[in-house]
Design a binder for this molecule. Structure first.
Ligand code: BGC
Length: 854
């Protein structure tokens, strides 16, 4: 029987509110028959209907959608055997550009000039006086800063940090809340607006007021009464404002201070006033993945220190906030919670590497039992210290906060350390998918560093469906591109000056995010729209790269050799200790980057029918690879200057002539062996080193490197008790202490940085063997690679068509493989004995004799 197993609008199965005039409709099919393909589907939205054989983001192309309207979506699908299935859902339009019957408001008397700190949270309120019975009420709201909404003290919605982090000058989200059931005649609407990213102190230079001088709020409440009449209540000067509320301090890095003991009756409210913003962003209904509370984390231990401080260990590093269930307290009792990723030897918190981030929650109690959990900040931590309350008087848990993204895949195998590595990758993803892709969740950064997601995106796409999350961020990437074609190293830009680089120039690997992220998403999800949206950005960026690489003569015209301080090079490569040495490898990393981005942009141009561009970029990539090989190698597969990344990039990108590829891999393997199978790559090389080895006859070396537990290696971190991926491979020594200290890298030591977790793709693509051949896995391979004593491995990933599973085990010399192929896709399976077979959709069981070679 055919079944529609999921139906989404703009990637959401329900609750979609959109301002997209052509929302995309996607569906997945399931069948108990084998070899099923979709023959056609009929999609109906209102009085519009289309027939299609596509399942991915079919755009609505009917009459202009009306604002504030619900639309029913029906899909009827028919497979090649004539079986049919149906499903329906609905979506709602947002404002669709309707002018707000509301004004931005703020507190005109709040002049805030202090540097490097965040403003005091502002509270706004409006006392309603509704004379009739409410049938429906919708609230549309946004803010400069981050806001929390309450009606009669009850939280509206479940999102944290609304309106989310975007390039505020260009675009901002607004949220839609159905508050029909929350209003009575005299309800009080309250909003707390903290500085957040727009106004608060942010980036390591702690710049504040980057987008506005103080917080501002915009809201429109649209009420339909039972008698059919409508009323709109918008923010204006009839609203009141104060900075005397219980939120005394809120800052992304420093934490939150909340005073529950203040006398609410004594708060002095004054009139709010219209606020003129510095710019006019495009306001759009939420189009990303809002941050929400997910796992409730329970401490695994609690130790009391001599000074009475309680140290809780959650057993897991993550991003989030504590939740204190206070059983009894005296009015005015002050509780302080500090956060850290690691402990000092004496059992106290090590907060050194948080740099300027204070990461502290301070709570002043009212009398009796109460609950507290910060709402306007978050921290990256595994340990907390709690002072000001006895252990018996408080129940301590914590909430993991991250964007509302769907878990799509998992990998498990017979090796527990690899399983932990996979879990660490998952937790570092969760911790750094906080509205935007960040570098780390704990110190004074948490910024949208482009290079980190550029290398991590393929792994992320196996584990999560992050389409909305990445599309939202990519829109900012596009908006923030400079007229020179260069891209800022962090997006959204929130004002910092990284001394080593000038974003108006193109910065290899980091800027490459505008090519690598859309490409990863396209291959994972099969959505061509992301290429169409990003192509102009890619083209301009790669041309800028080409410009900056072009200062030389002869073949050197294709070697990107601008001064190394203008690059990040082989960032965090552990085989050389100094930042300047990482950057010193930029000639190699930048030239390989130019090859890769020009090749991919050429492929995108081809897909989009831009033939002339495709030819230009293809030729450019050929010239660059020829230059790399001619200038940097002896022409026979040996680098003149040898280091792992220098081999990895040309090997994985196939820049070497075919006849020297194997030799180059052999030379890389020699280097790896010489380093005792330890990793020597930085950001650019790490995702690909195992592929570069395994795909070129060096499977054995690849596996030994993967399984290595000596420092630096992935499993060294696991052996050292890591529960997330570290920024620096040698973040802790054998005694569990940080050996790096202040080594001239500005204490760049984070234990929650996903970049080198990019090895996750190897687990899915090689160990389990799942690899897309066509975008969205319409055609894919399963070619498992067993090695290093693994006796089973299982991976699954939810694609746009359905779930792919590769599940193998070795039993008594037999290799047994179970696979699942989604409806509408085809899979080519290669068994370890070399036998190749083709499958349409369905579940299959395969086997062959197995002799271990590696
Ligand atoms: C960040 C990185 C980032 C790098 C670039 C660091 O401070 O944490 O992950 O990509 O800077 O230089």
């Amino acid at each position: 029987m055919l079944k529609i197993s999921s139906l989404t609008v703009e990637h959401l199965p329900e609750g979609c509110v959109t301002d997209n005039p052509n929302p995309g409709i996607s569906f997945r099919l399931e069948s108990d028959r084998q070899n099923v393909t979709l023959k056609r589907a009929r999609i109906t939205v209102g009085d519009w209907m289309t027939e299609t054989d596509s399942q991915i983001l079919v755009p609505y192309k009917g009459k202009k959608l009306k604002p504030f309207t619900k639309y029913k979506v029906e899909v009827r699908a028919e497979d090649d055997a004539g079986e049919t299935a149906g499903a329906e859902t609905e979506f709602e339009t947002g404002r669709m550009g309707m002018v707000w019957k509301a004004q931005w408001i703020s507190d005109p008397e709040y002049i805030f000039t202090e540097k490097k700190v965040s403003p005091v949270p502002m509270m706004f309120r409006k006392k309603l006086n509704l004379k009739k019975k409410v049938k429906q009420a919708k609230l549309y709201a946004t803010a400069m800063g981050i806001y929390e909404l309450m009606i009669d003290g009850a939280k509206v919605g479940d999102q944290y940090f609304a309106p989310g982090f975007t390039s505020y000058k260009h675009e901002m989200q607004y949220q839609t809340y159905d508050v029909s059931g929350m209003l009575n005649g005299e309800s009080v609407l309250t909003a707390v607006v903290a500085g957040g990213w727009a106004v608060g102190s942010f980036v390591f230079t702690r710049i504040n007021r980057f987008d506005a001088d103080r917080q501002a709020f915009l809201a429109e409440l649209r009420i339909t009464y039972e008698d059919g009449l409508e009323e709109i209540i918008g923010t204006d000067e009839t609203w009141e404002v104060t900075e005397d509320g219980p939120y005394r301090m809120a800052d992304i890095y420093d934490g939150e201070t909340y005073d529950a003991a203040i006398d609410k009756e004594k708060i002095f409210w004054r009139k709010a006033a219209p606020e003129q913003l510095r710019f006019t962003p495009n306001l759009m209904a939420d189009y990303g993945s809002p941050v929400k509370a997910h796992e409730e984390m329970k401490p695994v231990s609690c130790k009391k220190r001599q000074d009475g401080t309680l140290i809780y260990d959650f057993g897991q590093n993550f991003a989030g906030v504590v939740k204190l269930g206070i059983k009894r307290a005296k009015k005015g009792q002050a509780i302080t919670v500090k956060h850290a990723e690691i402990l000092n030897r004496d059992g106290s918190l090590n907060t050194r590497f948080l740099r300027t981030a204070k990461a502290t929650a301070m709570y002043t109690c009212r009398e009796g039992a109460q609950e507290y959990s910060p709402r306007l900040t978050y921290m990256g931590f595994r340990y907390i210290s709690v002072s000001g309350i006895d252990k018996e008087d408080v129940n301590v848990t914590a909430l993991a906060l991250y964007s509302d993204i769907e878990r799509a895949g998992d990998f498990t195998c017979s090796n527990d350390m690899l399983n932990r590595l996979q879990q660490n990758i998952i937790w570092s993803s969760k911790s750094n998918f906080v509205d935007i892709p960040t570098d780390c969740p704990q110190r004074d950064e948490r910024m949208g560093w482009t290079g980190d997601i550029a290398v991590f995106a393929p792994t992320a796409c196996f584990n999560f469906d992050i389409s909305r999350f990445l599309d939202k961020w990519l829109l900012d990437v596009k908006s923030e591109q400079l007229s020179t074609g260069g891209l800022p190293n962090t997006v959204p830009v929130q004002g910092y000056g990284f001394p080593a680089t000038m974003p108006s120039m193109a910065i290899d690997w980091w800027g490459d995010a505008c090519v690598l992220v859309p490409w990863a998403q396209y291959m994972a999800k099969g959505n061509e729209q992301v290429l169409r949206d990003m192509y102009p950005t890619m083209k301009k960026y790669v041309k800028a790269c080409r410009f900056w690489a072009g200062f030389g003569i002869g073949k050197h015209r294709y070697i990107w050799h601008t001064p190394s301080m203008l690059h990040f090079g082989d960032w965090v490569a552990p085989d050389v200790p100094k930042m300047s040495q990482w950057q010193g490898r930029s000639k190699w990393t930048a030239t390989a980057s130019l090859y890769n981005t020009s090749r991919l942009t050429g492929m995108v141009a081809d897909i989009l029918g831009e033939k002339k561009d495709a030819e230009y970029f293809r030729k450019l990539s050929e010239k660059v690879s020829d230059a790399y090989v001619s200038v940097f190698t002896d022409g026979k597969g040996k680098m003149k200057e040898e280091f792992q990344t220098a081999y990895v990039l040309p090997l994985w990108f196939h820049m070497f002539p075919e006849n020297v590829q194997a030799k180059a891999a052999e030379n890389l393997a020699k280097l790896v062996k010489a380093s005792d199978y330890c990793i020597g790559t930085g950001f650019p090389g790490t995702p690909y080193i195992l592929f570069a080895l395994a795909d070129n006859g060096q499977e054995d070396t690849a596996f030994k490197m993967l399984m290595n537990t000596k420092c630096p290696s992935w499993l060294y971190e696991v052996k050292s008790g890591a529960t997330t991926i570290w920024e620096r491979w040698d973040g802790l020594d054998e005694n569990g202490e940080c050996p790096i200290g202040d080594d001239g890298t500005d204490m760049m030591i984070s234990y929650n940085h996903y970049a080198s977790g990019a090895v996750g793709a190897f687990l899915y693509q090689r160990v389990a063997g799942i690899e897309a051949v066509e975008p969205g896995y319409r055609r894919f391979n399963i070619r498992p690679l067993a090695g290093c004593g693994l006796t089973y491995a299982k991976a699954s990933t939810l694609t746009s068509y359905g779930r792919i599973v590769s599940d193998w085990k070795i039993q008594d010399g037999t290799f047994l493989l179970d696979i699942e192929v989604p409806v509408g896709t085809r899979c080519t399976v290669t068994l370890p004995d070399g036998k190749v077979s083709e499958y349409g959709s369905g579940k299959y069981h395969l086997s062959c004799t197995y002799k271990s070679t590696i």
